[in-house]
Design a binder for this molecule. Sequence first.
Ligand code: ADP
Length: 161
Amino acid sequence: MNKAIYPGSFDPVTNGHLDIIARASSIFDQLIIGLVSETNKKNSLFSITERENMLIEATKSIPNVKVKIFNSLLVDFAKKNNSKTIIRGLRAFSDYEYEFKMSLMNRNLDDSIVTLFMMPHQSYTHISSSIVKEVSFFNGDVENYVPKYVYEKLKEKIEAK
Ligand code: ADP
């Protein structure tokens, strides 16, 4: 079975992530979404369980997608899941430098694992979890940028703050 890993913090999952998930799951037998439990990005808005639930809900119609939480080196997580492919999304040139360094670091850690970059539809190239959170925080409308379930959870979270 040809498996790929799509890692990220998904705080929260957006339609941009889902575009990449749809593309990757259509070319691999199984796509494992690797949800990073500990990140160096401070102040995540959603807990790990909330992020996991949002991912499960958003991908429930795609049978070959699984969500797994991990807290280790990405290449170790890939090996543990018998996957030789890491999927990353590239939105703009600004992503390139960081992604370039990460993929070379991962290659140095394990040369048998390949990082595959995918570009989303152009209508999602400006979306990030951070922008979605920032706009929602000031009551801007992000309905077109996230799945409905996430939209509701975002509203609840911001109202509770
Ligand atoms: P990370 O903390 O690993 O950057 P993110 O949840 O922010 O986690 O992103 C996970 C992956 O999804 C990354 O490869 C990122 O570039 C990609 N990604 C995020 N937003 C989009 C988008 N709008 N279109 C395509 N790829 C995206």
